[in-house]
Design a protein around this ligand. Sequence first.
Ligand SMILES: [Zn+2]
Length: 325
Amino acid sequence: MEAGTSPDDLSQAITAERWLRRLAELSRRQGLAIGTMLGAARRDLELLLASAALHLPVDEGLSERAASERLREFLATAGAMLETDHAELRRWLVDLGFVERSDRGSDYRRAVLPAWLRAAAEQLEARQLAEAVGQARAALASERQARKQAWLARTAEALEVTEQGAVDAAASSQATADPDAMFMAMALDQAYNGWAMGEVPVGAVVVRDGQVLATGFNQPIASHDPTAHAEIQAMRAAAALLGNYRLAGCTLYVTLEPCAMCAGAMVHARVRRLVFGAVDPRAGAAGSVFNVVQNPALNHRIETSGGVLADQCGTLLRDFFAARR
Ligand SMILES: [Zn+2]
């Protein structure tokens, strides 16, 4: 047996402070399923089940109705990241030994918790768990607010600077010397435009010789156009500007790995280079699901770099979908 891997190992015992901190971290997530966590995140699952069990007393049994009431309260506060209801949660708690049901099956009480959680559990109350999660959620909300404010400020600044030329805007709006990160930051601003219109926030920028030719953001809903992805919007505008359906020598920056349609259009347009942010494991056509941009069967291959500002690009999408729920 490997040392230190058992959840019951006392050397792995958690402090009450660390418990609250981990709970706060987990509260940034949504839709955690107990069945999935059972195999993939056992310690986090035990921490969450123990947090639920803290809502039940040790020394007296509660009726099923009273126990359900406490578990509903947990799911509405500290346990809101869990995708379950009080009845399913109660079954898991009993099955996994966090809650005991009396022989007659009529009352529920907190069981002896796993050793690594036991000492900390004695110092914690249900109320503290709800407070820690409440604070974490408030902090997350103000982070999102700050990001939106920063975007509005940058947009205002960019509008002023655009009059002095796109290159100036690019140089002054970002202190970074990395051109890929700089242009990706502009694509991110475009993605926020999509968000402002209620569209999935993906943004794109077409650049040639260090100059921004065109920008675009995802807007199929507003334009009643299934092809109105950010990349298509940006390529259309760039081609119109150049008076040429080929975008030779151009680099396309996009916050999300392009889909098959956009990747196909890029090949048609002879885009020289593609730079994308977050990968799209569901529909990406630059290596994730398909590889259209570097397909040996096609007569043009696009030099591709992925993962530029991937965290920001992915976080923006996750925030968008979280805010919509
Ligand atoms: Zn697309």
